[in-house]
Design a protein around this ligand. Sequence first.
Ligand code: SAH
Length: 353
Amino acid sequence: MTIKLNDRLKSLIQNDGPLDLATYMQLCLTDPDDGYYTTKKPIGRKGDFITAPEISQLFGELIGIWIIDTWQKLGAPSPFSLIEAGPGHGTLMADILRTIAKLSTPCSKAAHVRLIEISPPLKKIQKDKLSAFDTPLTWHESTEDIGDDAFILIANEFFDALPINQYQFVEGQWAERAIGLSPENTLTWGLKPSKFNTTLNPKPNDIFETSVSAQKRVVDLSKRIKTQNGAALLIDYGHLKSGFGDTFQAIKNHAYVNPLEDPGSADLTAHVDFDPFQQIAAKAGLHAKTTTQGAFLLAMGLLERAGALGANLTTRQQEKIKTDVERLAAPDKMGNLFKVMTITRSGITPHGF
Ligand code: SAH
């Protein structure tokens, strides 16, 4: 019989000491036998959370338009890789492919879709949904394994699922938050010594989060944008300026739960810090721009597109479109919390920013 993740984590802590949060997240999310993404179907009303493309087709349609425009600005490379990191149910890519096929045959013909996905159940859902399109389709293990062609990479709610470390300023010095064992032999929070430092000025007990895994991917992506002729569009909830705060959360069944209870059963995420991404891109001599999801979608023509979609529909259907639009773009819904970042070579001015 296989040993459940909870017990394996406990033995790991007994043998090697407390786990840093990144290791804990990595095991809970991607363990081949019990990991959340590797074994569960997380998205949708019956799942644990809902994402923008699952709310409305308008989201993917506008991103499809962004892709055609960016592809032209890259010099219409043919072939090019249309890459999505963490495609979930494949809904965003399906809406994109439908839009591209309708609006630009040359772009549609040049595209080779590459999906970066670790989840076997989600890969199957993606295959079922996307095989109907007349586009080459391949799966890849990581953002560092995407071939040498020119490319456009998109990622919606992918970077928030990458492991983070947390550091806390306690009694005048930084310590790392770690997961150990309580006297009752349950998983519990603690601190371990750390060499972490930051130029920001902390108050007592402030927490700073950082994702080595996310930053490593942006370093690689930036190199490729430069050498392979590429562009990226990253969408996630998070902040544009680094700061203090604990944003680590566990979601199950559309509600917050204790992240240390029943490891592997809940979605573990943290807000994405876009600040270091901006710096990595600038250091590579690239052009990074950020805006809010609300501003991006409106600049891409959300309201006009919603009006066109609603024409000839019933009042009830039009009401549904209106609610969806508000959910995606209103400042008190996803509009402000979600940010959009584009990274391109300098000299290219992507639409929507
Ligand atoms: N973009 C989709 C799904 C977001 S959920 C949407 O908007 O609906 C996060 C997605 O990233 C899932 O498909 C999950 O399986 C995938 N994922 C999470 N961590 C990953 C990793 N380390 N490597 C590859 N895919 C990962």
